[in-house]
Design a protein around this ligand. Structure first.
Ligand SMILES: Cc1ncc(COP(=O)(O)O)c(C=O)c1O
Length: 412
């Protein structure tokens, strides 16, 4: 029996521009590089609560799909925030505050992490207001970072962001503003208000004239990728990485870090998106960043993006081999399979809606002979996945899986 219904629609586009068999190039290094990684690691690993997240072996899934191994980096526990995003937004906030303290003459030299956290700059930090638009997780990370470092915070959400996600952001002391329209409308509103009110935008997506902060966000994510590479058992090198895409920042960070770490013989990287919000897939087909219109109303809220991040595209346009789309139903089935212990013999895994797009992609591809062949999947393949969130919207998780995340963790 198949793990997922083989009738579920899948689209696959090979990226004709992908570079294989060569070390990472200047175009990618201008975005993410080894020095940036070391700085990010030095900062984030000093924050209270830093811990390497688990890498789960999805042994049952690999057996069923006749693959060599499937490895799932479970980000549900990252800094108690529920998603990998804790690494990006909060890191960019820290970098921005350090720069701003120097620019305002509060510090003569860039303060250390310990100095930033010490409370000695409390007054100056309170006067700095950070803002962003979010579908939930990024805003939560930014709000958490602002609370951790003690600056002001205003977060914008769009019409369909759930009440649970709104409350999770507000819990970190941020002012939350709901605006009509989709994610991209919220991005524009946050930017316009920031320009008027002198706030600092910490966006996870880049656009012309706005590159430095989103580059920091992506550089923060690379820590997670490096952790995963180092957690794989000795002798296991990923042949494939399936990565879910929203604006592409997560995927670009993992692709770049894999390219740096494994060099010319790097894994085959596949970007997977919801069919209802497939801006990266469309961009790959067109060979250039392409906007997807509409309400982007996918259940995979973290992936509901219609415009690619230009910086992410710098990495993905030559770094990702293939782009795929999957349906919401495939993602929901994957959440249940993970919760039921059908994929991993060690424990049930709590995986949120946006965490499983990559998993859905590899299952559907491995089940279908033509896709399996197109992607070079076989019994020797070692597949790495990023489980980018746990139950970040607990009510929705319970509704979709049929029991709460706590019950799943207890093995009920
Ligand atoms: C849980 C989760 N996974 C993946 C992504 C996609 O990341 P990106 O927008 O950088 O592609 C997001 C983005 O918000 C997310 O929240």
């Amino acid at each position: 029996m198949s793990l997922l219904n083989s009738q579920y629609p899948v689209q696959l586009a090979h990226n004709a521009q992908v570079i294989k068999g060569r070390a990472i190039g200047d175009r990618q290094l201008a975005v993410l590089n080894a020095e940036g990684f070391e700085v990010a690691k030095g900062e984030i690993s000093r924050w209270p609560g830093y811990a390497v997240t688990p890498l789960c072996e999805l042994d049952r899934a690999a057996d069923q799909l006749a693959l060599g191994g499937i490895w799932y980096k479970d980000e549900a526990g990252r800094f108690g925030l529920g998603s990998f995003k804790a690494l990006g937004g909060a890191y960019a906030v820290a970098r921005l505050l350090k720069r701003e303290l120097v620019a305002r003459g509060v510090c003569a030299a860039v303060p250390s992490t310990e100095e930033l956290l010490s409370g000695q700059y409390a007054e100056a930090l309170k006067a700095i207001v950070v803002t962003c638009a979010t579908d939930g997780n990024h805003g939560r990370s930014v709000a958490w970072g602002c609370q951790l470092f003690g600056c002001g915070c205003v977060i914008y959400i769009h019409a369909t962001v759930s009440e649970g996600r709104r409350a999770a952001i507000a819990a970190y002391g941020a002012e939350v503003v709901r605006v009509p329209g989709n994610y991209d409308d919220a991005v524009r509103q946050a930017a316009a208000d920031a320009a008027e009110l002198g706030r600092f935008v910490v966006s996870d997506t880049s656009y012309p004239g706005y590159m430095e902060v989103p580059r920091d966000v992506m550089q923060g994510y690379t820590l997670m990728a490096q952790e995963a590479f180092e957690q794989l058992p000795e002798g296991v090198k990923p042949t494939h990485i399936f990565l879910q895409g929203g604006v592409g920042g997560l995927a670009a960070a993992v692709v770049a870090q894999a390219w740096l770490h494994y060099g010319a013989e790097r894994p085959h990287c596949v970007v997977v998106e919801p069919d209802l919000a497939a801006c990266l897939y469309e961009s790959a087909k067109q060979g250039a960043p392409t906007v997807v219109e509409g309400d982007l109303d996918t259940l995979m809220a973290g992936l509901a993006c219609g415009e690619v991040s230009l910086l992410a595209w710098e990495v993905l346009s030559e770094g990702a081999s293939d782009f795929m789309t999957v349906t919401d139903q495939a993602a929901v089935d994957c959440m249940r399979l993970m919760a039921n212990g059908a994929l991993c013999s060690e424990r049930p895994v709590v995986a949120g809606e946006s965490a499983v797009a990559g998993l859905a992609g590899v299952i559907l591809a491995a089940q279908q002979p033509s896709l399996r062949e197109a992607l070079g999947l076989d019994e020797n393949s070692q597949v790495l996945l990023i489980g980018s969130e746990g139950a970040t919207d607990p009510e929705l998780y319970t509704e979709l899986v049929g029991r709460s995340a706590e019950a799943v963790e207890r093995g009920e």
